[in-house]
Design a protein around this ligand. Sequence first.
Ligand code: F6P
Length: 746
Amino acid sequence: MKSLRSLPLSIRFVIPLAAALILLAYALVPLVERLTLRWFVRDLDMSSQMIASTLQEPLVELLERGDRARTNALFRRATKDERLFAIGYCDAGGKLLYRTPTFPESLKCPHGDAAKKHSYAVHQLPQGGVHVSSHPIDQEGTKAGSLVLVHDMSFIERRSADTRNYVIILFVVLGVVISLITVFVAHLSWRGWMEGMRAMLRGEGIVKPFIQQAPSSELQPLVGDLRTLLQTLDAERRFADDVTITWNPDSLRRLLQKELAGERIIVVSNREPYIHTRKEGRIEVTRPASGLVTAIEPVMRACSGTWIAHGGGSADRDIVDGRDRIAIPPEHPEYTLRRIWLTQEEEAGYYYGFANEGLWPLCHIAHVRPIFRSSDWQHYVAINQRFADAVVKEADSDNPVVLAQDYHFALLPEMVRRALPKATIITFWHIPWPNPESFGICPWREELLNGMLGSTILGFHTPFHCTNFIETVDRYLEARIEHESSTISRSGKLTLVENYPISIQWPTPWQDTQPSVDECRRKVIQSLGLAPDHLIGLGVDRQDYTKGILERFRAVENMLETHPEMIGRFTFIQIAAPTRSSLDDYQAFDVQVRNLAAHINQRFVKGAYQPICLKSEHHEPEEVNRYYRAADVCMVTSLHDGMNLVAKEFVAARDDERGVLVLSQFTGAAHELYEALIVNPYHIEQTADALYRGLTMPDIEQQDRMRSMRALVRDYNVFRWAGRMLLDAARIRQRERLAARIGSAE
Ligand code: F6P
């Protein structure tokens, strides 16, 4: 059995097929022999009748004359035909009157009724089979006797033997031909099937990416079934993961060890997690106001590895090693930051220009027109290449796990893929993805899409952004899209487009060290010179036109108009971190924000009281956390936002289960935090009502809502976000390995 298994598959298949055909041939031979015998016997009979009718006349004449010698001569002449073996003539009484010497002794003359009609039979004689036919001879109208013709049948046996051999040879030849054709067809089908299997294992469904052709129709149901099975297994595994894994730094670390063989992670982002700046001769470390950094930093601390980012701080160069690296976090290093340097001109083109004047407004519906300049694009391409080269340099294997972050690096995935075809590249797009028409105005739309499709996994916050992206690819690129599995196949590469709602670290890093809610509140109230029972509203944002800060202020104004009893009792604190300040749109926005705050403050000023407290400066995360804990209501009113982690940070900060979140319906967070007061920020009155409702909400309702939101943020924390992407990546890697193995086993 084992030796049979060691034979090539094709031989293993041909042997039984050939054996079956030979057996069939042997089974058919007796049938063929019987058939041919019947034909020959019938032929012989016909020829006997012809001979008999030819002999009838001369024989009757000779019989009448009683010429024995000439009768014998006639018979001898007739038996010159090699098949006519013997002739005899019997009288009406069944007596043999004339015969050739070869006439077998054992043959009896027909008599009685048998002699009166033609008959024939096959006899077996010692020398072989003979065909004996009897033909009545009429003499003057009466049956005078019968002519008995004996035909030799040995030629039939010879021919039967030949026929048998021919049949067997025919079947053997047929067997070989059928086997070869079958093996050939099976080989082609097998290859197609294996190709399909490999494609499916890679997650391509039944797609053949290179030739854009589905497997043969007869294999399709099987491949389809297998694909469904794999998808079900995936879904079950995902579900099981969600149910069984408690996501925290340890579980993420374990996942890396187990599923990704301890692979070091390489993160690429524009913004660095720690910025070193020189102030009054000293180097200070700050953490930027960035949702991206908030999310990725705890993941990197759990996983370790290398984070490649733009070194934008004034002292960044001063403290890196010879290879532009520094171990961070500064107080307790857990991973490596590799800094990339940009000239001012490069930063102006790639970051301020293409990324923030082009892609940022392009992807956000905030009614600010994108600006696209060719010179910015050139810088964007060059800087993406620089970061991609750094990834390749930092990789210590040919299949590293790379996490590319955000709209600054749309081209990088394809660039890395070209250098490291086996890399697992997970790209996460932190901002919304627009509809195809909106995206279509970008002059380099195809290049951007193509660059992104270098990713193994492409993540967005919401299913809606995934759909927009897939539809955009469908509109502008030649690619094969499998909606069922949410995959895009292009130029032999496959990208899984999936939603992974980003989140924050749980519990917060300050869980054990932060001051109590009461203390936070007391401090904030004191710093503003307010009464202890003063109500506090809070907004925390980068000062960006997408954040709906103006709309929020108008809602505050409207609320004070409709509820004048709140004047003097309520203050809205807006923490607005300066951002992208060199851009015109941001400068103009800054002016608008300041003017509107001043206008509202003027309107409702009451002694030292002003309703809006605008803090346009950078705050470190711990400080922001204290404000979250002090607030009665937190307002997140983005006009359009991928996720908005401020909403989740506020929820995480409130371990007292108090505080109300007013949340824009245009944020990704609104798809998860249903217990927030969801508003349309463009609807000023509605937002004002929500603010008032939040300020006056009974404790018990606050608690119910906050408890439920906290459970969600706890379970769906950032470790789960990263873990889900890494698990998907691990599954894809596993399938690719299996596909490669199937390929080599062929
Ligand atoms: O929202 C997109 C994003 O990249 C966030 O991840 C981050 O909060 C913000 O933009 C950072 O902006 P910047 O790095 O330009 O200050």
